[in-house]
Design a protein around this ligand. Structure first.
Ligand code: ADP
Length: 426
């Protein structure tokens, strides 16, 4: 069967979050980083998620890359397009959610799309068009202080109206409660009035299932990762999607097990502490890294001496807020971060070339640095380790066996994540 779903995601870990939900709902999913080359094989793949870093970039750039991804996905027969953004609707009055949705709709020659940011499993819900994080309105959830996209208005109809010249409407909970037919009629009535963008209320999984049934045949849907949980059942109902045994099945993993951490988030610090109670680790110091590459050599030797064994090896720059501040005071925030990212990227490249085959990276920025140093363009998504973090697999030039990779953004994962991740990897 051909590609069912083509998704365009405005950030890297958000792309993985959607891909993870699709796999859990039975779709064999590939995540690609930027637009892939023309000859990427899509055999036995139901969904492709194209990951960009376009959430906060200039509108034109975000629109252009999204349209290029659309063309690539259309050429591969994708039946539905999914524009994925954050469940907290991260955007500014300039965009990019409104302009990208408008551009995709025009290119698809479609009249209307829906906005479904809610992810009830993660406590993001929408009622009367207002977005809640837990029991707080979006503008009172901490998101009002976000450094790049401060969200100061929880009314999404109003928020999106500032980003588009077209009309924005609401599919309310009362419509959803009246069922699929009533909700579809409501969308049609809004379309007849020229309403192009429809913010959808969503309180729970039942609402997501109703929405999936209502929107499954729209050329374009937009939202967080929650809708991705519910759509695959509808694709199967329409006969677009085969039922497969294990959508997240990967090839057997092999090679040395390595954890590289540049995340200083609270959850990661606890995971490191827990790991070091059982296994060994090497701590990097940004001040030493800033002088020369001696410490990179020491870390490599530390890993080389241990990687033949069964236990995973940890190399980390993660440090307490005090220690991070000290390094930043001396080096500057950007230089301290760059030194650490470069060191971990060099260490990853060397050790993968020498046979490391199971790699866990902690930190969003850190993951980006390592993935680009390794020249990774695509990730087949496997089973989830903890919510939002699946094992993935990729093929690298000059390497026979696939490389298994888990990318954990800061606050994800339970306290035993670093050791358990390798126990669940077959
Ligand atoms: P998270 O997902 O937890 O936010 P990131 O990798 O996105 O983690 O960000 C952490 C940043 O902190 C990276 O740029 C990393 O290089 C930097 N960093 C890591 N350790 C230190 C340290 N000891 N001192 C200063 N900066 C550090």
């Amino acid at each position: 069967m051909s590609l069912v779903l083509g998704a365009i995601a405005d950030d890297f870990t958000g792309a993985t979050d959607l891909a993870n939900n699709l796999v859990r709902a039975g779709m064999r999913t590939l995540q690609v980083i930027g637009i892939p080359g023309p000859d990427l094989a899509l055999e036995n793949i139901d969904a492709v998620v194209v990951a960009f870093k376009s959430r906060s970039c200039p509108v034109r750039e975000s629109v252009d890359s999204s349209l290029a991804a659309l063309a690539w996905l259309q050429a591969r027969g994708a039946r539905q397009i999914y524009f994925k953004y954050c469940s907290t609707f991260d955007s500014t009055d300039a965009g990019n959610i409104g302009p990208v949705s408008d551009a995709l709709l025009e290119r698809l020659e479609a009249k209307q799309t829906v906005m479904v940011p809610a992810f009830p499993a993660n406590n993001r819900t929408v009622y009367q068009g207002h977005l809640f994080v837990g029991d707080r309105l979006l503008n009172d959830s901490g998101m009002e202080h976000h450094p790049l996209n401060p969200m100061r208005d929880a009314d999404l109809v109003r928020t999106l109206s500032r980003q588009t010249d077209h009309d924005v409407g609401l599919l309310a909970r009362s419509d959803l409660a009246a069922g699929v037919k009533a909700s579809s009629d409501r969308l049609e009535a809004l379309a007849a009035q020229g309403v192009r963008h429809v913010i959808c209320d969503t309180l729970d999984e039942t609402d997501l299932a109703t929405l999936a049934a209502v929107v499954v045949e729209l050329p374009l849907v937009t939202g967080g990762s929650g809708l991705g949980q519910a759509l695959p059942a509808e694709y199967r109902r329409l006969g677009w999607l085969d039922t497969v045994d294990q959508a997240g099945r990967l090839e057997p993993a092999s090679g040395g097990a390595l954890v590289l951490s540049g995340s200083c988030s609270q959850a990661t610090l606890l995971q490191i502490k827990h790991f070091l109670n059982r296994y060994e680790g090497f701590a990097l110091d940004p001040l030493k890294l800033a002088k020369d590459d001696t410490q990179i050599g020491q870390a490599l030797n530390f890993a080389r001496q241990r990687m033949g064994g069964k236990a995973p090896v940890l190399i980390y720059a993660s440090a307490t807020p005090d220690m991070v501040r000290q390094a930043q005071d001396q080096l500057g925030v950007a230089v301290a971060g760059e030194r650490v990212e470069r060191a971990l990227a060099v260490i990853a490249s060397e050790l993968v070339a020498e046979g490391a085959g199971r790699l866990l990276i902690a930190g969003g920025e850190t993951s980006g640095a390592v993935v680009s140093a390794l020249g990774i363009c695509e990730l087949r998504i496997g089973d989830q380790i903890d919510p939002g973090v699946p094992w993935t697999q990729t093929r690298l030039n000059g390497r026979q066996a696939p490389l298994s990779l888990a990318l954990k953004s800061g606050n994800f994962g339970g306290v035993d994540f670093f050791s358990r991740a390798f126990e669940v990897l077959l």
